[in-house]
Design a protein around this ligand. Sequence first.
Ligand code: MN
Length: 509
Amino acid sequence: MKKPEHVIIFDTTLRDGEQCPGASMGLHEKLQVARQLEKMGVDIIEAGFPAASPGDFEAVKRVATEIKTCRIAGLARCVKKDIEACAEALKPAGDRARIHVFLATSAIHRKFKLKKAKAEIIRQAVEGVRYAKEFCRDVQFSPEDASRTEPEFLAEVVRAAIAAGATTINIPDTVGFTVPHEFRKLLTYLHEHVPELHDVVVHVHCHNDLGLAVANSLAAIECGARGVECTINGIGERAGNCSLEELVMALKVRADHYGIQTRVRTPELFPASRLVSQLTGMMVQRNKAIVGANAFAHESGIHQDGMLKHRETYEIMRPEDVGVVTGTDLVLGKHSGRAGFADHLTRMGVKINPEQLQVVYDAFIALADKKKMVYDDDIVELLREHLSDVPKVYAIRRLQVTAGNQTIPTATIQIEKAGEVSQDSATGSGPVEAALTAIDRITGIKGDLKSFAIQAVTHGEDALGEVSVQVRFGKEIVAAKGSDIDIVMASAKAYVSALNRHLFLKGGD
Ligand code: MN
């Protein structure tokens, strides 16, 4: 097999990323992310774990059907039923399908999780790869918790998996335990002791528990790895995975050092980040590298002065390289016509049908009535609110609150469900609590607010307030957002949206 001349980007936002609490997405949301990943030019999309649930199976199948240029991977344990489900879900991808089988190899996993001896692990890995190979030419094997596995045994497992037909070997740092120097040593050791590795592609899958996922992935590239498994915004189990945008830009900005690139179209990075943050409700921290709101903000006078004299004094990459377009936001107002609005959406890369256009345009006019200038980010909010795939089982009709330091905060709310409007009132320690309690009373469903954050979508005193919530319903945590000029209304919208999402995710798709 010929070694790739670029670093393969294996995106697992839809699998590992979606596994993090509160980030679950519905089918149509997953498809939106997959389309953006395709547009961005990632090599492989890991679309899910088909044996995990019927919803996961369906999502992998739909992604495999709709995406035409990327390879599509599905995850499976080394057991027949997982591999069969995976092969079935991946069928529509044809020869772009990849079955990704995994089995834990570290002593701690062998002893406590699998209760299996080394010989049994090798046998099961070989059987898994061979069985997957009956369905698919492209088989990837991952020895889970590789970085905590005895290197000699890891080499043995990897050798056996390649002999059984694996074409990609992934070395995961499943628990985010390794450090760059040690990971480099491990990969060098493997390449020395398993010469067969030169005939397959080596991937790494690093977690960010110590904040080292990107650093460890870069170290691995220096030692022969040609595939990096990563997610948009670095979302994923616990502290998350290697952040795609950081890895891609590190290779691009430091081409002088690495001498090897990815094929990602970097101006699509910021739109992808925004999309994933919106669909999952997982906010991006302001100081996050590459895609954070402050990533290109120069605050100190000395820095600003330097920037004005020569950009490169303080800027190692340009915002437009990653799709952050500043100062060119076309500002729309209520006098912008429908055609101009539609044209603007097209330039933002939004594709919607005429019916949807009407809905969003009406909402835009209503918003433009309340606030002087409407920015791109406001429009993205409108799109999210009005074109969601989540059915609006409950919708807020009216909200009235009284608050202040001399009154008992009280909220009265009207909620519509299936054409019927119900009304109730409640008090609380503040107007938001009062509103949410009134909603609980009407719906009869008790949500437990786990997190609540508010930020301004754009600038100015009349900016939309965007509220992000995580709400626990029973065992499940659902994330959602709501936006409005009025922050209590935005809070109520976010809460009701979480409730609707909960009903939607619970009911399958
Ligand atoms: Mn993982």
